[in-house]
Design a protein around this ligand. Sequence first.
Ligand code: OSB
Ligand code: MG
Length: 369
Amino acid sequence: MKIVAARLHRVRLPLVHEFRTSSHGKSMLDHILVELIDASGAVGWGEIASPSDPFYAPETVESCWHIAERYLVPAILGKEWDRPEELPRLWAKVRGNQFAKSGLDTAGWVLWATINGTPLATALGGTRSEVVAGVSLGIEPSIDALLTEVGRHLAAGYPRVKLKIAPGWDVEPVRAVRSAHPDLDLHVDANGIYTADQSDQLRALDEFGLTMIEQPFAPRDLLAHAKLQREIATPICLDESVETLEDLEIALSLQAIRVLNIKVSRMGGLTAARAAHDLAHEAGIPVWCGGMHEFGIGRAANVALSSLPGFSLPSDVSASAKYYAQDVITPPVVATQGVVQVPTTAGLGHEVDTDFIAQNTVVSSELRA
Ligand code: OSB
Ligand code: MG
């Protein structure tokens, strides 16, 4: 394979429901869609799902555009390759910038699967024909509003709910949801907002039978996670702390982790996400696939990844419709009673709606070998 041209499209879509985390709120998102074109004319699409602000990870939409256009695309244009795993080696000199790398890595996998007539999930080694989806619910203006949101998604058939928490929005919302739904598979995600001296609030969550507490402390503070895990029975899940395989090895050796959220974006692509899955699976750590409110291209990649055997917990791969009235792929990702079917057609398994993309593009750029 040889990539002879690449296009970047900055695409803006409105969210159907404002999403608020411990750091900020959003009502529309700009993601960068990546189109890699092989010498044969075949096309592979990927998505750079970076938030616009550097609050989840250090990257922004602008930094991703810069890194992709100036370093990553030039590193792969005109180079011969056989397997998608070779692409990250071509840009290995570029440190960090996982979201930017992820969009290109995914496009490489989709291109390879398309040319080889293989579903993306099969290309990755997936074994599941369907994936159980959960929902991630943002911080709501009131407990009543949160209970309404939870009820709406349970009625839609989602079997697991994750709640965003922050100091001042933790024990009470969790108590309210738990008393309304005693048997619900429920977990919380703090996006790293707590400091070690606020551990009392986190220990107070131990009585609610949560499936996990996700990323209570700052990403680099693995010692605080290890200490809290010694003090509570609820498993600690890491998200932001694990950007590389080495991060995962350190977290495992410190016993700072009992569950891993694998995000394609955060790991720098499907190649690294799959390697993280393999390592966690060997270590006996259950994994699930996290999301970044992906448009359909990134969402379809998440579904394919979630078909690997270690993804034994419900993933944040809810239907396109949870976030977008219309998606960039047809058909959109759909969940029936909380279950998403893994596509069995070649490549991404969905058509890319280039007209809809063009209508919603803010800026695009083409680079040639
Ligand atoms: O921590 O999982 C997170 C969205 C933006 C930033 C961080 C996170 C999230 C989500 C979204 O929870 C989950 C999804 O895409 O469905
Ligand atoms: Mg998270």
